[in-house]
Write a protein that binds this ligand. Structure first.
Ligand SMILES: [Zn+2]
Length: 273
């Protein structure tokens, strides 16, 4: 059984501020270590439940956060940027299930640590076939394109609930209770990582038994609409061919989800300028 562990940083144990997830900041070195430990807890749970191949995708910032020297030796690490599938690098038809570790809620969500969508200064909202979603929806629908279900998520209570609402009843490891964008009641690593371990083990056991949510498959063609924060971002995003614009909202249609995913990435890169 092959598992992809897709990792972000905002939903990692103890994280509540941008400083903690921003390379170059003094706080960051503490939290990349905790990020690695949260991932190791998931690897331990998944392997004990029967996973025999584990790929980890480092999906935060430039994808160079997880400490490879401290990574559980049973996994391989996709690191660096840009890679063909970014936060989901390693996904294909050979993967049996995806675990989301350290995930966060979409931009504009109350009681959600560091809520944002892909680029915190650029993207206000994204819709896939008129479904308002966040990074979790983009990544889950890319997995769905390859016929792969997302079977577990870790993060704050709001991020977990949002993923659960979109994808159905999946395993949730709540590592902190957010009381705002920059405030949460956090479990210490010893406790949160035990929860992640147990949750990953249960998710992979359920996958073995066929008792997990269906892959999240969008109807094709896929309509992607992105609302940017400012009109100059929309000006630049509209340079992408075959787009339509309405105020700060720019949209396009892709034949299938892999193209939609990378079209979205290209559009955001243009918008950032
Ligand atoms: Zn991130």
């Amino acid at each position: 059984m092959k598992i992809l562990i897709a990792v972000d940083m905002e939903g990692i144990t103890g994280v509540t501020t941008w400083d903690q997830v921003t390379p170059g900041h003094a706080e960051y070195s503490r939290f990349r270590k905790l990020m690695t430990q949260d991932v190791n807890a998931a690897i331990r749970g998944a392997t004990e439940a029967g996973a025999d191949e584990i790929i980890v995708a480092d999906g935060h910032w430039n994808g160079s956060n997880i400490l490879v020297e401290e990574l559980d030796s049973r996994a391989r690490l996709n690191t660096g940027s840009p890679s063909p599938f970014s936060m989901m690098q390693g996904i294909d038809e050979s993967v049996d299930g995806v675990l989301f570790i350290g995930y966060h809620a979409r931009n504009g969500t109350a009681n959600a640590i560091l809520d944002h969508t892909w680029s915190s200064k650029t993207v206000a909202n994204i819709w896939l076939n008129d479904i308002l979603t966040g990074e979790y929806g983009l990544n889950a629908s890319l997995a769905g394109h390859f016929g792969v279900p997302v079977i577990m998520v870790s993060g704050d209570q709001t991020a977990c609930a949002q993923v659960n609402e979109l994808l159905g009843d999946l395993e949730m490891a709540v590592v902190k209770q957010a009381t705002g964008r920059f405030a949460a009641e956090c479990l210490p690593p010893e406790v949160s990582q035990e929860i992640i371990y147990m949750s990953a083990a249960r998710a992979v056991s359920q996958l073995n038994e066929g008792d997990v949510p269906d892959p999240f498959v969008l109807d094709t063609p896929v309509r992607v609409a992105v609302e940017f924060f400012t009109s100059d971002m929309a000006d630049r995003a509209t340079r992408m061919p075959f787009t339509e614009r309405e105020a700060t909202r720019v949209s396009f249609t892709a034949q299938e989800m892999a193209s939609a995913y990378n079209g979205f990435r290209a559009m955001v890169m243009l918008a950032i300028g």
